[in-house]
Write a protein of this length. Sequence first.
Lengths: 119, 89, 517
Amino acid sequence: MAVAAVSKYEFAPADTQDKFHGAQLLYIGWEDHLLFCSPFAFPFPATMRFGDIIAGVLPGVFGYHPDFAQIDWAKAEWLKSGKPFQPDFDKSLADNGLKHKDVIRFRTPGLTGIKGSCS
Amino acid sequence: MSTVFLALQTNEETRPIIEAILQDNPSAVVDEQPAMVKINADGRLVVRRQTIEEITGRDYDLQELQVNMITMSGNLDQTDDEITLFWKA
Amino acid sequence: MDMTVAKKKLGLKERYAVMTRGLDWTPSYQKMEDIYPYIAYEGIKIHDWDKWEDPFRLTMDAYWKYQAEKERKLYSVLDAYTQNNGHLNVTDARYLNTVKLFLSGISPLEYVAHRGFAHAGRQFPGPGPRVACLMQSLDEIRHAQTQVHAVSNYNKYYNGMHDFHHAHDRVWFLSVPKSFFDDAITAGPFEFMVSIGFSFEYVLTNLLFVPFVSGAAYNGDMAAMTFGFSAQSDEARHMTLGLEVIKFILEQDPDNVPIVQRWIDKWTWRGYRVLTLVAMMMDYMLPKRTMSWKESWEIYFEENGGALFKDLARYGIKMPKCAEQIALEKDHLSHQAWSTFYNYAAAANFHTWMPDEDEMEWLSSKYPNSFDKHYRPRYEFWREQAAKGNRFYNKTLPMLCQTCQIPMIFTEPGDATKTCYREVDYKNEKYHFCSDYCKEIFEHEPEKYVQAWLPVHQIYQGNCFPEGTDPTVEGFDPLAKVLEYYHLEHGRDNLDFDISEDKKNFAEWRGQATKNV
C-alpha cells in the first residue's frame, strides 16, 4: 500500500549504510536472558572478524550476567533472522554473509538466566 | 446492557449533583476514588436540571457541569433540561 | 419611542444553531476545493456537513465563560499549594519522577495536539466540527501551559525537569510519544481526528489521565491533581467530539467504514504502545498505588471499550484485532517497561529503583500469573547486586522497533521468555519490529516509517553529540557526549534514586519542615 498524500510521497530512508561512517549495523540478542531488556544495536565495520565481537565486545555488554562466564561458545546455537546460522569466528562479518541491519541471536544451552527464569 | 458512567471531581459543587443523579437513576452506583466520584449506571444515565435546582434551591445551568466533569462513557445528548448518557446496543 | 420587549433567551439547541451553522456562509467567488484542499485525498466521503452536531451544544461564548472559571480554580489551588511548600507533602521523593515523566513525555504532546486540532479545524468545511476543533485546540494549549506552570514549581527544587522541551525532541525514549504524535499530525485531517480525537481521546485517554490524576491526589501532589482535573474537565468534551466524529463519518457513506476501521486498528495499537510508559508509572512509580495497570486496562479498555465497540457494531465497526494481544500483554507490560528503565537509568531524565519487599508483594498479588515467575528473580538479583555496590547500568544501545520506536523489549504473545522479533525487507533495506501490529502498520505505509528518526541509529550516525564533538579522539565517551546533547547532567539528573540529590534534599527539607532547626 501507499501513503495517501496530496502529491508524490517519496523520501529517502533515514538509516542506509552510507550514513554510518564506514560501519554497518548489527543487532545481537542473547536468548533466555531478559535481564538485558532488549537485543543490542552495534555499528561494526564489515571487515571485523566475527570472533573479535565474541572476545572483544560481548564481555563488556553481557558480562554483568553470572551466566556469561559459563558460556561454552562451541556449543552456542545461532539464529539469523530467526533461522539457523553457523558463524565462522575466523571470518569477517561480510564473509559470514552479515549485511547492514541484520539481526542475530544466540542460545546458550543449559544457561537459562537467574534461577532459571530466563532473566 | 453495557455500563455508562460519569466521573466528577469530589467537591462542594458536585455533592448536590451526585445526589440528584442518584435520585433520578435507580440503577446508578457510586464508586468513590481519590478526589473523584465515578457514577456507573446500566445502559443510561440522566442528569436533570430540575432535580439539582430542587436540592440546591437555586437556578442551575447544566453547562456548569463542564467545570467539574472528569470523564464519561457513552453517547451524550444535552438539552436545557437534561444531560443523557446512553448506549444504543 | 417604542419599548423593546425583552425576548426570551434562546434555548440551547437554537443558540447552538445560531452560533455555529448560523455563522457559516457559502463562498461565492472561490471554489470549495481551493478553500479546503485536504478534504478529499484520504478517500473519506462526506455528503452533508450539517449532520454533525456537538451533543454538548457548547458555543464559543459559553466556552470562554467556563474555561475562565476552570483557570481561576486551578490557579487558586496552585497558589495555595506553592505558598504552603506543598512539594514537601508528597508521599516520598520517588513520586516526583512521575512528574518528570509527565512533563517531558506528555506536556509537549498537548502543544502538538493544539496545533493538530487548529489544522484539522481549518480543513473541515462543516461549521460544527470546525468550532469543536477550535475549542479543543484552545484546550490543548491551555493544558500545555498549565502543566508547565504547575510543574515549574517542582523544577525549583528537583532535577531532570529543567529543559523538558529540549529533552522531548532528543532523549531516546521520548521519541516514542513524540513520533506517535508526529505520525498523527502528518496524516490528513480525517485520520488525525480518528487517531487523536477518537482512538486516543475516547478509547485510551482515561488510562492516562484518570490513574495519573487520581494517583497524584493519592500521593499528595495537589499541583498535578489540579492541572490534571482541570485538563480532564475538557477531556469529557474531547471524548464526545471523538465519538461524534466517528459516528458522523460512518453515517455519511458506507465506503468510509473500512478506512475508519483500519485507522482505529492502527491508532489503538500505536496509542497502546505509548501507554507502556503509563503502565510502569502506575505499577512502579507511584509510592501509593491506586490500582494496577492491569486493573485499569480491564475497567477502561476491556469493559468500557467493549461497550463502545458493541455500540459501534451497527456501523460495521469491530473491536481492533490487537485487543487480543494486548490482553496477553497486560500481565507483563509494566514489568518489562520498568526493567527497561532500570537498565537504562544512566540515560534518562528521571530516576529508577528496585521495589522494596512490600511493593514486590503488592506486585505479586496483582500479577499472580507473571510476577513471581518472570520478574521477581530478576529484581532480587538486581537488588542484591545493588546492595553490593554493583548496581546494573546497561551502557549498550538497544535495538528499536521501526514503528513505535520502543526498544525491542516485548516478548512473544503467550511466551514471556522469548523476545518478539519481526522484520520486513523493503526496497533493499531491512526493518525490524516489536510486534505483528507494528510490522503491519509499517507495511501499509512504508514510505512514512522509513524516515523514522530512531534515536539509537541517530547516535551511531553521529547526530546526537554537541556541535563540534570529535568522536574519533582518544578515549571518546559517547554516553557522556549524548547526555550533554540532551542537556542532562550525569550523576544528577540520571542514575538510581537511592543515590540521587532529589532523595537527599527531600529528606533534609522535609526534616526542616517538621521540626525547628
